[in-house]
Write a protein that binds this ligand. Structure first.
Ligand SMILES: [Zn+2]
Length: 74
């Protein structure tokens, strides 16, 4: 069985050779989350995303505040 590291949770979607999209659900086992797909003989192991991707950036969704009123960000 092959092994693949994934960082999605709790369901892992992947494509089989015949083009079918298969979804397997991660289950906790021996302190880690994993899922096995017998269709393609692959074991998916969950690993948290790297810390770098967790850095907080100012939300780009918030509109810029102009004028003299209190924007609450200083
Ligand atoms: Zn599969």
């Amino acid at each position: 069985m092959k092994e693949k590291i994934v960082s999605v949770f709790p369901a892992v979607q992947h494509r089989h050779a015949d083009g079918e999209i298969i979804s397997v659900t991660l289950r906790r086992k021996n302190g880690e989350y994993s899922a096995e797909c017998h269709g393609c003989q692959t074991r998916f192991r969950y690993q948290k995303p790297r810390p770098a991707s967790r850095r907080y950036f100012k939300s780009p969704v918030l509109p810029e505040i102009k004028g003299n009123f209190d924007g609450g960000d200083e």
